[in-house]
Design a protein around this ligand. Structure first.
Ligand code: SF4
Length: 446
């Protein structure tokens, strides 16, 4: 007899970085393994899962608010299970966050997601099996929404303890994924049509293979496992673009810089600097100086002269004076960045900065410094982008709307051009005729 039991539904909300997005793809595989299906409407869901981000208080406040609203849905659907995973549970050492989320049924750090099927089965007997489906978080295959582009996590956690950062607390210490698993997953992705992979890690260029015997004997690199990994991935037929995030300046060794010139390596590097002042960098425990960072950028440009470079900057960190901030502005100009993700410092409980320093830069001053950098960035990028006018770029088309294709160039610049919807997932040559700060406009070239 046919099974007439209605299929249970899940609704996943993801906040924060690419790592969280990749983790949500893993959770989705677990839920599909339970024969559940996705729904865009939380009110129709039997399981709502929020993958939280702790980078700012605002992000956590959003989770509290949404969890309270979702809890009200239990009046209509008493079997509804609400879960929170991601950064918040990982850093909730004293249980204070858990206490503020009484309507939440499961509150677990990302690394424990393999137990989700078992826990769901215990809460709702309609959900089976009651056992863990996988023994290893890394072995879970992410559910991809696109075939042509994928994240591949190569590492979780961080040992670095920058004083403003919650990651070592929320995600634990660094764990490197097996090289064999990374290469198997990437080969499988390529076989199923993936053209662009983004390797993910908290300090991605600090990757150390737990099973180095899987590096090929022909691999030209000898010192850096990350450079070796880049070379291995570049040998996989079908993969046309390799992207990675986020590296740390102190691990941009000569071999990693050399690997930037591998032909499939995208022509873009995101290298967080956070501040241009040595005293602030010291208080942040970044373990590099302004001079070291600038020297590294010079070496990178020598290896790949036309590379686009992006960064992360925090303004208004504890004790940052106006003069120290001006050092950041000067460094920005000297490095001639293509993009910067600027953040106003926000205190995060549990971090070393909270214990050691006073958050003493007034909010209005943080905002002012943020705008100074933002305007500088827009000015620089507008000028820099002019060099693409009348030249050809290659675009991986990711979306289509009303006759316009859109995607990233090899330099990770956003490009829009007139074309057919069938081009989604294709890499197209495009001639640029107009450059704005955040968009290059072009025509498909033949
Ligand atoms: S390197 Fe610093 S900022 Fe990056 S994840 Fe580790 S502690 Fe956080």
């Amino acid at each position: 007899m046919a099974d007439t039991t209605p299929q249970l539904k899940y609704h996943i909300l993801t906040f924060g970085c690419q790592m969280n997005k990749n983790d949500s793809e893993r959770v989705e595989s677990l839920l599909r393994g339970l024969n559940m299906t996705t729904t865009p409407a939380p009110e129709d869901a039997d399981v709502i899962l929020m993958n939280s981000c702790s980078v700012r208080q605002k992000a956590e406040d959003r989770i509290y608010g949404m969890a309270r609203n979702f809890a009200q849905l239990k009046e209509k659907n008493p079997n509804l299970i609400i879960c929170v995973t991601g950064c918040m549970p990982g850093r909730d050492k004293d249980g204070g966050m858990r206490e503020k989320l009484p309507g939440v049924d499961l509150f677990f750090p990302t690394k424990d997601m393999i137990h989700l099927p078992k826990w769901l089965g215990e809460l709702n007997p309609g959900i089976r099996p009651l056992d863990d489906l996988e023994k290893d978080y890394f072995a879970l295959h992410p559910t991809l929404t696109k075939t042509y582009q994928a994240f591949v996590t190569i590492q979780t956690g961080c040992n670095h303890f920058c004083t403003y950062c919650v990651v070592p607390f929320s995600r634990g210490l660094e764990v490197n994924r097996s090289l064999k698993q990374i290469l198997d997953e990437t080969r499988h992705l390529a076989e199923t049509g993936c053209k662009e992979v983004t390797l993910l890690g908290q300090i991605v260029n600090h990757y150390v293979a737990p099973d180095p015997q899987f590096f090929s004997p022909q691999n030209p690199y000898t010192n850096s496992d990350f450079a070796k990994l880049l070379w291995e991935v570049s040998q996989i037929p079908g993969i046309e673009r390799i992207h990675w995030t986020a590296p740390h300046p102190i691990f941009m060794t000569d071999e990693v810089i050399d690997a930037l010139a591998l032909p499939k390596q995208v022509n873009y590097l995101h290298l967080p600097v956070q501040s241009g002042n040595n005293e602030v960098l010291r208080r942040m425990n970044r373990r590099h100086t302004r001079e070291f960072y600038i020297e590294t950028i010079k070496k990178i440009r020598a290896a790949r002269p036309d590379i686009a470079i992006g960064t992360d900057i925090i303004v208004g960190f504890c004790g940052e004076t106006d003069e120290q901030f001006r050092d950041t502005v000067e460094l920005y100009k000297e490095c001639d960045f293509d993009i910067s993700y600027n953040a106003q410092y926000s205190q995060r409980s549990g971090t070393l900065a909270v214990k050691a320093f006073r958050d003493d830069v007034p909010q209005a001053e943080k905002r002012r410094r943020w705008w100074v950098l933002q305007e500088l960035m827009e000015d620089i990028v507008k000028k820099k982008n002019q060099k693409y006018v009348n030249s050809a770029v290659s675009v991986l088309v990711e979306q289509w709307s009303h006759g316009w294709c859109e995607g990233n160039s090899f330099e990770m610049k956003r490009v829009r051009f007139k074309g057919d919807q069938s081009l989604i997932g294709c890499i197209c040559p495009v001639e640029i005729y107009k450059a704005e700060e955040w968009m290059l406009w072009g025509r498909a070239s033949t």
